[in-house]
Ligand binder design. Structure first.
Ligand code: ZN
Length: 493
């Protein structure tokens, strides 16, 4: 008896020591901040140029809809006149009529390039929501604090600040060693079939490789993590894929007075319920685990101890994550039945019932593996299961020790010294995924500070951007370009 108690006490002691040692060794991954001079750019002047850009209706309506050609051409003309040095120094090419590719050849063009992305197009203003806008969506209205308009945050703010950075660098005689490429697609909001896809193909056909790609996606966020007071800068290192799977049941139909025990609707409903009860297995790994490693050391006891000891607490954390849709989406391929059709009359059994289930695919899964999961889970040969063509696999996961990541991470710390920087998984899609042939280092981050309320403005009403963040963003892009393209600059990382 005594020996058993001693054994238990001994094991507990060992466990406590292991937990404590792991927690003590769970060191901060944050780079020492060297606060930058954020007043180097004139935010008011950038706001004025952005405001004019926001007046242009570069709207992506639909894949088969009309293109706002005049608006895109007007934006191209504005860029040429607002950024004359850039247009004198860089080669500008038009791709698929409306997308832009700028090449600033480096002194060592044999080095892989630095590729910065943004998109010119914006989503339409939802019909009926116009009156909810405090300022008309294409007014480019400037008040004391903000520039208002569709596209201010997504993504003309980035586009203009990238141009400001390049113009500023040329003005002071900067010469990159590595070639700098700027690619501004015109149909990102429609999935980028003509813009990013074609630019990436063009670059690939020229044998061009990029050391890294910087696109939109993450930002500096405030108020996302209740346990952390500091803002969190999230840099997307991967994005989820997507597949929609159609389920069809065809039966004889007939009159509702003598139905079979299970109708087509019953068969299909049971299948959907089975899929919801048996989600694709997931877990804390990959980008989410990396995120824990970056945020964990900044948290207080006992949460830091939990994150430092995933070997023990992983199952508990996974269960906690599973209870919240936004957290669960980070650890698994999600299942969402989004369309169901069948039946037109109260007394007729439908002969054909159809449902569509959309899955957002976690890196590690593929649309093929999700399809197999669906077929195997339903296990009902009365149901025809087909995968829609527009499926896409998740992006590869980009490393966090590349030159590009380190430069972005360092620059975020310098321009947002209180922010905790972490890699993360992007839930939506960006243009960057098309560039995986060009580079293995794809990062999704825009240098703007957003709180929870701001984020709802993206694709929503009252989109606007704070004027005082514009100079900071231009400074950020300037520094990232310098750190990755100036001779010897990488040595400081
Ligand atoms: Zn966007």
């Amino acid at each position: 008896m005594k020996t058993a108690l001693l054994l238990i006490a001994g094991s507990l002691l060992i466990l406590i020591v292991i937990l404590a040692v792991n927690t003590a060794n769970f060191e901060s991954r944050q780079i020492e901040a060297e606060p930058a001079d954020v007043s180097a750019f004139d935010s008011g002047a950038i706001a004025e140029r952005l405001s004019r850009g926001l007046k242009l209706h570069t709207i992506s309506h639909s894949l088969d809809g009309p293109i706002e050609a005049e608006a895109f051409f007007a934006l191209h003309a504005q860029l040429a006149s607002d950024y004359p040095l850039t247009h004198k120094t860089l080669v500008r090419e038009t791709v698929s009529d409306y997308s832009l590719l700028y090449t600033w050849e480096g002194t060592k063009p044999e080095l892989p390039a630095a590729l910065l992305l943004a998109h010119q197009d914006v989503v339409p203003v939802e019909t009926g929501s116009e009156d909810a806008w405090e300022q008309p969506p294409y007014s480019g209205h400037i008040d004391a604090t903000h520039v208002w308009g569709r596209g201010a945050m997504d993504d003309k703010g980035s586009l203009f600040c990238i141009m400001e950075a390049v113009e500023g660098l040329i003005a002071r005689g900067y010469q990159p060693e590595r070639t700098v490429l700027l690619a501004f697609g015109h149909d990102e909001e429609l999935g980028g079939p003509q813009g990013a896809t074609q630019i990436a193909e063009l670059l690939a056909s020229r044998g061009i490789k990029a050391e890294y790609v910087l696109d939109e996606g993450g930002a500096v966020t405030e108020g996302t993590l209740s346990m952390l007071d500091s803002p969190v800068a999230v840099i997307g290192i991967a994005e989820k894929g997507s597949v929609s799977i159609d389920l069809v049941v065809e039966t004889l139909g007939g009159h509702s007075s003598m139905p079979p025990r299970q109708t087509g609707i019953g068969i299909l409903s049971a299948a959907i319920a089975t899929l919801e009860a048996n989600p694709v297995p997931g877990g804390i790994a990959g980008p989410v685990e990396l995120m824990f490693n970056h945020i964990g050391p900044e948290l207080d006891f006992p949460i830091n101890m939990v994150m430092a000891n995933l070997w023990l607490f992983r199952p508990v954390l996974e269960r906690v994550f599973a209870s919240d849709p936004s957290m669960d989406a980070m650890q698994r391929t999600t299942t969402a039945a989004t369309i169901i059709n069948g039946g037109v009359k109260t007394n007729v059994l439908p002969s054909r019932v159809k449902a569509t289930v959309n899955f957002r695919i976690l890196p590690g899964d593929t649309h093929d593996s999700v399809f197999e999961h669906v077929v195997g889970t339903i296990a009902d040969d009365r149901i025809q299961v087909t995968k829609r063509r527009e499926s896409r696999n998740p992006s590869p996961v980009s490393p966090v020790d590349s030159l590009g990541f380190k430069a972005i991470q360092k620059t975020v710390r310098d321009y947002f010294p209180t922010a905790i920087v972490t890699p993360y998984l992007v839930m939506g899609g960006t243009d960057s995924r098309y560039y995986s042939e060009i580079s293995t280092n794809l990062y999704r981050f825009a240098p703007f500070l957003y709180n929870n309320e701001d984020r709802e403005r993206i694709h929503g009403t009252n989109e606007r951007i704070a004027i005082d963040t514009l100079g900071r963003a231009a400074g950020f892009y300037t520094r990232v370009i310098e750190l990755t393209t100036a001779p010897g600059a990488a040595n400081s990382l």
